[in-house]
Design a protein around this ligand. Structure first.
Ligand code: NI
Ligand code: MN
Length: 227
């Protein structure tokens, strides 16, 4: 069993009944989030990149709960310097954690952090991970890339979570193509409507995938999907 709860923007909680993980824990300042960083109790934090709408409250949550931040090496170094606990990885590498195996995938995007927004945090990533007997591909912030076909060939993806908001990431049409490349069973769109500049319609995305076997679930913040 895998329970996937959407906390707004790109932040998701995953639970298998034993372990809890959070991805891209942007809660403070997230207009879609009602959950506060202090309410989060997790074993691991997966962080795709250093942008404030992704690493978010990760350091604070790690310090309070002891949760390990799983991140690309440079971002892991950055959060460690701020007092968090981290597990450094990099793109193409995988590791068996208590809850399941996590592999880092490429993402075509940027990654920087800090008050200036320009502190170096390496390359951004996506994650393919196993939890509760399910395989999830969380693309992170990225444009469309042809290697998504390879990701779908290597692993049978149960759930794909991808951005549709355009401007900073894939828009709807490229996201539709990404789903066709990966061929997952289930799809959840993210990174839309948080701000006016990413005001994409998830219903349009879903309609454009009507003929595809993948089932699209549009989660409202604080709602969940159980697989
Ligand atoms: Ni970003
Ligand atoms: Mn973003």
């Amino acid at each position: 069993m895998l329970k996937t709860t959407f906390l707004g923007h790109s932040c998701f909680l995953f639970s298998d009944g034993k372990y809890n993980i959070i991805i891209d824990p942007f809660l403070n300042g997230n207009p879609q989030a009602s959950v506060k960083p202090d309410d989060v109790d997790v074993d691991y934090i997966l962080a795709t990149h250093g942008h404030a709408d992704h690493i978010g409250d990760g350091v604070e949550i790690s310090k309070r709960t002891g949760a390990t931040i799983i991140a690309p090496n440079e971002l892991a170094i950055w959060v460690t310097a701020k007092g968090a606990t981290a597990h450094n990885m990099h793109i193409g590498g995988a590791y068996n954690f208590e809850f399941g195996r996590v592999k880092l995938t490429i993402a075509h995007h940027g990654s920087s952090a800090g008050d200036s927004g320009l502190e170096y945090t390496g390359n951004p990533c996506g994650f393919v991970f196993e939890m509760g007997g399910k395989k999830v591909y969380y693309t992170g912030d990225t444009g469309l890339f042809l290697d998504m076909k390879l990701i779908g060939e290597i692993d049978a993806i149960d759930l794909m979570i991808l951005p549709i908001g355009d401007n900073f990431t894939m828009g709807i049409d490229d996201a539709v193509r990404a789903v066709q490349f990966v061929n997952p069973k289930m799809v959840i769109p993210m990174h839309f409507k948080t701000w006016d500049i990413i005001d994409a319609e998830p219903e349009e995305f879903k309609a454009k995938l009507a003929d595809h076997s993948a089932e699209v679930t549009i989660l409202k913040p604080d709602s969940f999907l159980e697989l």
